[in-house]
Design a protein around this ligand. Structure first.
Ligand code: 5GP
Ligand code: ZN
Length: 134
């Protein structure tokens, strides 16, 4: 008999793999299986236009790797998460809002308004953004 912890690990790895293959719209965008207006991409991440923009510039930067939320076990993914920020800055420059200003946001879980459970960095700008956020 396998120890419980090993079974749990196998189950969650399986679930994550299945999620990636079938369930996650952002994995599908990253894989080119779902259309997205790509702004830029590299081997680690993809930046694309939000389908319902909340500002004149609204781009989502996602890791190619499926990470559901910032509450996941992120051990080893710190360089990847840092890379998302540097790509966000590149996107802001490409969109011409780096000097005027922009906001980078990651919503986590229900009260923050997370609706897609694949970590994504919103890059918002092109208008004055209220603070504190609603
Ligand atoms: P959240 O609310 O999870 O922080 O942000 C999810 C964002 O993804 C929303 O701003 C929503 O408009 C955007 N979104 C949801 N589905 C799609 C899609 O299929 N394509 C694109 N490009 N954006 C999407
Ligand atoms: Zn995903």
């Amino acid at each position: 008999m396998l120890p419980f912890a090993v079974k749990k690990l196998v189950f969650y790895s399986y679930k994550k793999g299945m999620m990636k293959m079938f369930g996650c719209i952002f994995c599908q965008v990253a894989a080119g299986q779902k259309p997205g207006k790509i702004v830029c991409e590299d081997d680690q991440c993809v930046a694309f236009e939000d389908i319902h923009p909340k500002a004149p510039v609204h781009v989502l930067v996602i890791p190619r790797k499926h990470i559901a939320t910032l509450n996941d076990d992120l051990a080893g993914d710190e360089p990847l998460l840092g890379h998302l920020l540097s790509v966000a800055a590149r996107v802001a420059k490409m969109k011409g809002i780096d000097r005027s200003g922009y906001r980078t946001v990651i919503n986590t879980n229900a009260e923050a308004g997370q609706t897609v459970f694949h970590v994504h960095l919103h890059v918002l700008g092109g208008r004055r953004l209220a603070w504190p956020p609603g």
